[in-house]
Every structure is written in structure tokens, then in C-alpha cells.
Design a protein around this ligand. Structure first.
Ligand SMILES: [Zn+2]
Length: 405
């Protein structure tokens, strides 16, 4: 299997030569990357090599009595390779429908939601934010009181990161020397990004193009850092790459099932680290004062945000319609504004994200819901189930199949 894993890593690096977003992290042998750059294999050749690797792997299926980790490794590598093949086929011009694409790349399909479902949630928000003019304007106005002033941003983020880190370290053991740095950047289609560097280090970038609201501090600190992406990558590197020598975990192809697990655990991890009441308490006591906001309004702020969060699947609908060619970019932004309560600049930023990352959007909300159902169905301690999940190779479809009912 190690030999197949090496071929897989080399194929992912080869695809990276054709797709700048593809290789999200690589910390395997540096000469493999240099070779990929020098060779610059054509897509047709990559496609042929991937097909014969898939055949070889299929012939090496472990017996049913093999140890669980060996079976998980096998299934994971096979499915990741399938996603490589799907991405290569897209890069050579194959057009997939939104759901076909998300199935091929992320091993999951997002449920369809109707306008009426979003409308029901919007009506509740109408009642919570009374006044004249469109709801989106009232919501925007309401949120203005929760913007972190630019000169307080770093202080607030540091406080959030410290809290997420200490909560995580109480429950998950991390290797010594893990750390990350934070940078503030502009002109990106995303709001935050974790660039995992290997050797237990991450670079986290925060986009300051648009105003940053106070809830983003805990969200970003948990999602990008602890117990989200940083911890996920650190544990994969420690447990699978270094301890077991599974080289396939030295590379992270962005458009693959791994991303649903990564985004899903990063989003679910926010709630694991900060259950709702504890979060509001912490925001009131620490973050609101640090951001010079009114702590007594924290509980109501989160009541409103909880409702807005229920609109998140409106983003998937906008992406599905737009990428299927049913609506254009402007209509997609309109849809996000109307049913997702995105302000205009945020809706336009999101459309750019959809253009760049396409059906990747489902990994955040559907991923979170799949991870939540899986972990909560295990019973027992959430932290333990969470740590187990991010230390082993599990596929999205397996989460569904193994969620105990
Ligand atoms: Zn993420």
C-alpha cells in the first residue's frame, strides 16, 4: 500500500501543476514536488496513470478480517484517488452538474431546500428585527453594533485563540512544538484560511476586506485553529504520517473528500469547544469588552445569529443554480441577499468564492451536519469521539453509514 500511496502523492502534485488551488498542503519529500514541477505531466498522462493506479489498488483490497485502520486506509486512498480522477476530468473539460460534482469530489450531495423553507426563517427574523425597509437593511444596521474596530482586531483574535487553544489542550493531547501564526490579508474570496506548513505549524490568514463581526473571533479561532484545521492537520501528521508512515497524508488535495471532513470537523469543533451558553458567557465577559462592544447585548445577538445560521443552506442553493447555469452571477448574488441575508458586498464576495471553489461550498454546512450526526450518534464524550474522528481516515459516506441510529 505504501508504494500505491507514493504514486498517489506524486499524481496529486502533478495535478497541482495545472490547478493552483489544488495542493492545499504538502510536507512530504521536497524532491517529489521538484520532480512534479520539472516533469509537468500533461493531464492526459496523469489521467492514464491514475486509472492504472486505481486498478492496482482495487486488486490489493485487504481481507474482511484485516485490522480496522488498514481497511480505513484502503477505502480512503481508493476514494481520494477517485476524486483526483474526477478533478482531472473536470480540468480537461468535463462538465458535471452541481450534485454530480460534489458526489465525485466530496463523496456527498447536499439536500435541496425550497424558498418556502427559507421564507419561514426570514419571517421569524422579521419579527425579531422590526422596523421599516427591507429586512437585509435592518439586519445590516443591527449588526453594525457588533463590528470589531480594526485597531482591536488582533487583541480580540488573540484572546479567542488563547481560549480555544486552552479548551482544546484540556481534552486533546497535541505534540510538543505545535504552533501557528496569524496574518491579516486583503483581496481574497474567503474570510479566513489555514495554510498547513507541516512540522505541526500553520499559517492562518484573516481577510480584512469587509467588516469583521465579533462572532467571527471564536468562529475563526476554533475553525482555523483549535480544535479545527490546525489540530486536524497536526493529528493527521502525527498519527498517520509520522507514527505509521502513511505517506498519502503528506499531501492534501483541496478538491477531495478530505475537505468535507476538514471543513465539517472545523465547523462542528466550534460547538465542541464552546457550547452555546459557555460561549455567550465568554463573549460577554472577555470578547465584547476587548472589542469595546456592549456585553449586555450578547445573548440577543446570538439569538439573531442562530436564526441567520439556519439560512446557510441558501448558499448551497445559490451555488447549485448558478453552477448548473440556471441563473447568472447577479441573480446568484440576489438570491444570497434575499434568502441568505448576505449584505451586497458579502454576496458578491461569496459569488467569487463559488466561481473559484464551486461545489466546495457544501463542505461547510453539510459537512458540519454530517459530522455532528456521526459524533452525536456515538454517544459518550464528544471530545473523545471528535479526537478519534480527526485521527483516522474516514470518508464522508462512511460517516453516514456508521452514524448509529
Ligand atoms: Zn475551513
Amino acid at each position: 500500500m505504501n508504494q500505491f500511496a507514493e504514486q498517489y502523492v506524486r499524481l496529486v502534485l502533478a495535478v497541482g501543476q495545472h490547478d493552483a488551488d489544488y495542493v492545499d498542503a504538502y510536507y512530504g519529500p521536497p524532491e517529489w514536488r521538484k520532480e512534479a514541477e520539472a516533469q509537468k505531466l500533461p493531464l492526459a498522462e496523469i489521467s492514464m496513470r491514475a486509472a492504472s493506479l486505481a486498478q492496482a489498488i482495487a486488486a490489493a483490497k485487504p481481507v474482511a478480517t484485516a485490522d480496522e485502520m488498514a481497511r480505513l486506509r484502503y477505502e480512503y486512498l481508493s476514494r481520494q484517488l477517485e476524486a483526483v480522477r474526477a478533478r482531472v476530468s473536470m480540468l480537461t473539460g468535463t462538465k458535471l452538474r452541481f450534485d454530480e460534482e460534489s458526489k465525485a469530489l466530496y463523496d456527498a450531495v447536499a439536500p435541496v431546500h425550497t424558498e418556502a423553507e427559507f421564507q419561514a426563517i426570514l419571517s421569524k427574523l422579521e419579527a425579531m428585527l422590526p422596523g421599516r425597509g427591507p429586512l437585509i437593511d435592518r439586519y445590516d444596521e443591527f449588526r453594525k453594533s457588533y463590528i470589531i474596530p480594526k485597531d482591536r482586531l488582533d487583541t480580540v483574535f488573540k484572546a479567542a485563540i488563547d481560549a480555544c487553544r486552552s479548551r482544546t489542550l484540556q481534552r486533546i493531547q497535541l505534540p510538543a512544538g505545535e504552533s501557528f501564526t496569524v496574518e491579516y490579508v486583503t483581496n481574497k474570496s474567503w474570510s479566513g484560511y489555514n495554510w498547513y506548513q507541516g512540522r505541526y505549524r500553520s499559517l492562518i490568514q484573516v481577510n480584512t476586506d469587509l467588516p469583521i463581526y465579533v462572532d467571527r473571533a471564536i468562529d475563526l479561532a476554533c475553525h482555523e485553529g483549535y480544535p479545527g484545521h490546525h489540530v486536524y492537520n497536526v493529528l493527521l501528521e502525527k498519527n498517520l504520517l509520522r507514527d505509521r508512515g502513511w505517506i498519502e497524508f503528506s499531501v492534501y488535495p483541496l478538491f477531495s473528500p478530505q475537505s468535507l471532513i476538514a471543513e465539517g470537523t472545523a465547523n462542528y469543533g466550534i460547538e465542541v469547544a464552546f457550547p452555546r451558553q459557555e460561549r455567550i458567557e465568554f463573549e460577554r465577559r472577555v470578547l465584547f469588552p476587548a472589542a469595546q462592544l456592549r456585553p449586555e447585548t450578547a445573548a440577543r445577538y446570538y439569538q439573531v445569529l442562530d436564526l441567520v445560521d439556519q439560512l446557510s443552506y441558501a448558499g448551497n442553493e445559490a451555488a447549485r443554480r448558478y453552477l448548473n447555469g440556471d441563473i447568472d452571477a447577479k441573480a446568484a448574488a440576489d438570491w444570497l441577499e434575499k434568502f441568505g441575508l448576505y449584505s451586497r458586498p458579502r454576496a458578491e464576495q461569496r459569488v467569487r468564492f463559488i466561481e473559484q471553489y464551486r461545489s466546495y461550498v457544501i463542505n461547510y454546512n453539510l459537512g458540519k451536519d454530517m459530522v455532528a450526526r456521526y459524533i452525536e450518534s456515538q454517544g459518550g464524550d464528544r471530545w473523545q469521539a471528535f479526537a478519534r474522528l480527526i485521527s483516522s481516515p474516514r470518508l464522508p459516506s462512511e460517516l453516514v453509514a456508521n452514524a448509529r441510529r
